[in-house]
Ligand binder design. Structure first.
Ligand SMILES: [Zn+2]
Length: 475
């Protein structure tokens, strides 16, 4: 219980960390260079100068310098440990101890806006780092003889001749968490370094040679982002940041109540790095094979075809892949507004994941629903028209098909070609309720034109979302 309390307090302190302004603040912002590489501090952390001492939040000590830190709220004591060497500091007191021997500090640790800050030089030197200070540029240089810690040192990027530094990194375009799995959309396969740490219990996922791509304004370089983890058992916080600039390295930290029973298995499927925390036997938490343990349902939206596979060709030479993607993205946009649904796309650009990859993605995620979006075509019969919806064998898939089909027919008013059983790979090999939608006929001139119009796509997207929601509420 005591441990849980201290972990919670520790997390709380982090959450409450705010930039310090006024006389204590340094301008320009102090930089910390560790072994030649600038530490990318989270955006809500600020280094402050007090009495000419650079003071850093204990979170930086734990996360960036990688020492073990314990904070005791009651006694206002900070304990910092590395290789069996223990420093003990107290808020408001210049008296500290190193291996139980008393030492005097120039400046006492302080509590600034609910963040404990400690003197960087003292902590670093006691832990065997050599420290330099460039007052003009406000740069602290730290040098380690060996890389301290139980977190592995980053792997340097291989030199890539003839390429600019901004283009050689893999790019992360999305991070989400569902079904006890961290899902990172990244454009090339990366091998993550996984580190398990205590105080607080956490798993650190480092992606070498990786930077952020298009993730929105809140997720730019040097900023820290957080995922909404409310309702997820065992997970207390998930944050991500660009940990280093050159070579770039994205870091995701998953804080947990209890690390001991958690595995971290990783795989790369269809443009997604999946880190499966595979909770095994945590007391009081039922281990569920499906999404019910996360509080959120996982919906996989599959835009048919893509890249080298155009799909069918419409009457005016349109390509099916150029119909399925914009519609799928509209469905995604609507699902992103649903607090109880986690949406994962098999593709978000003009690329071609194979059908087995699409299936594997949905199965690996233990998704609750799989929806594949397509357009129909019968070249020889331009008068053919209408919406048809496929499922394969499973009654849960048929139930999903019936509901989504009903909404599509109501919304679009296309001819009702009914719900059909179809032995299609993405339906046959997926393990969750799965449907394939043939929205209309691209070989029919009127339907082709309608299917490429914004208004019809918006109606179709809303109908698909309405159907998914109705199905999830029933099941
Ligand atoms: Zn198709």
């Amino acid at each position: 219980m005591k441990k849980i309390v201290s972990v919670l307090l520790f997390s709380l302190l982090f959450l409450l960390a705010l930039p310090v302004t006024g006389h204590a603040a340094s301008a320009p912002q102090t930089k910390i260079i560790l072994d030649g590489q600038e530490l990318m501090l989270p955006s809500d952390v600020e280094v402050v100068n007090i009495n000419k001492n650079v003071m850093i939040p204990i979170r930086v000590v734990a996360e960036n310098l990688k020492f073990k830190v314990q904070w005791n709220q009651k006694t206002q004591n900070v304990s910092i440990e590395q290789n069996a060497k223990v420093l003990s500091l107290n808020v408001g007191k210049t008296e500290a101890s190193v291996q139980n021997e008393k030492v005097q500090l120039n400046t006492a640790p302080r509590l600034i806006k609910n963040t404990v800050v400690v003197p960087l030089r003292f902590v670093s030197e006691e832990m065997g780092l050599s420290v330099s200070w460039n007052n003009k540029d406000k740069v602290v240089g730290l040098t380690s003889a060996a890389v301290p810690s139980d977190e592995p040192s980053p792997v340097p990027a291989p030199a890539v001749p003839g390429q600019g530094s901004s283009t050689e990194w893999s790019k992360v375009s999305d991070i989400s968490f569902a079904n006890q799995q961290l899902v990172v959309s990244v454009d090339t396969e990366v091998t993550p370094q996984i580190t398990r740490l205590n105080n607080p219990d956490r798993i650190v996922v480092d992606l070498p040679n990786t930077a952020f791509g298009e993730m929105g304004p809140a997720l730019q370089q040097g900023k820290m982002g957080k995922l909404d983890v409310s309702g997820i058992p065992n997970v207390t916080e998930i944050r991500y940041s660009l940990f280093k600039n050159d070579p770039a390295q994205v870091r995701v930290v998953i804080e947990l109540n209890n690390l001991s029973d958690v595995q971290a298995n990783t795989q790369y499927v269809s443009g997604k790095l999946i880190v499966d925390l595979a909770l095994t036997g945590i007391i009081g938490i039922p281990v569920s094979p499906s999404g019910s343990d996360s509080g959120k349902s996982v919906v996989v939206i599959d835009a048919g075809h893509g890249g080298k596979d155009p799909g069918t060709i419409g009457i005016s030479n349109t390509q099916e892949k150029n119909f399925t993607l914009p519609l799928a993205l509209k469905v995604q946009a609507l699902l992103l507004q649903e607090p109880d649904i986690e949406v994962v796309m098999t593709r978000e650009t003009d690329v071609y994941p194979t059908r087995p990859e699409r299936v594997q993605l949905a199965n690996t995620l233990n998704a609750d629903v799989f929806v594949s979006i397509h357009g129909n075509s019968v070249k020889a019969s331009p008068q053919s028209s209408g919406t048809e919806t496929y499922y394969y064998k499973r009654s849960s898939s048929k139930q999903l098909a019936d509901i989504v089909h009903k909404h599509l027919i109501e919304a679009l008013g296309f001819k009702d070609r009914k719900v059909k059983n179809g032995n299609l790979e993405v339906l046959r090999n997926t393990t969750m309720p799965a449907v394939l939608l043939e929205i209309g006929f691209l070989s029919n001139p009127d339907e082709e034109q309608a299917m490429f119009s914004e208004s019809v796509q918006n109606k179709a997207a809303q109908a698909i979302v309405d159907g998914i929601k109705e199905f999830l509420n029933q099941s």
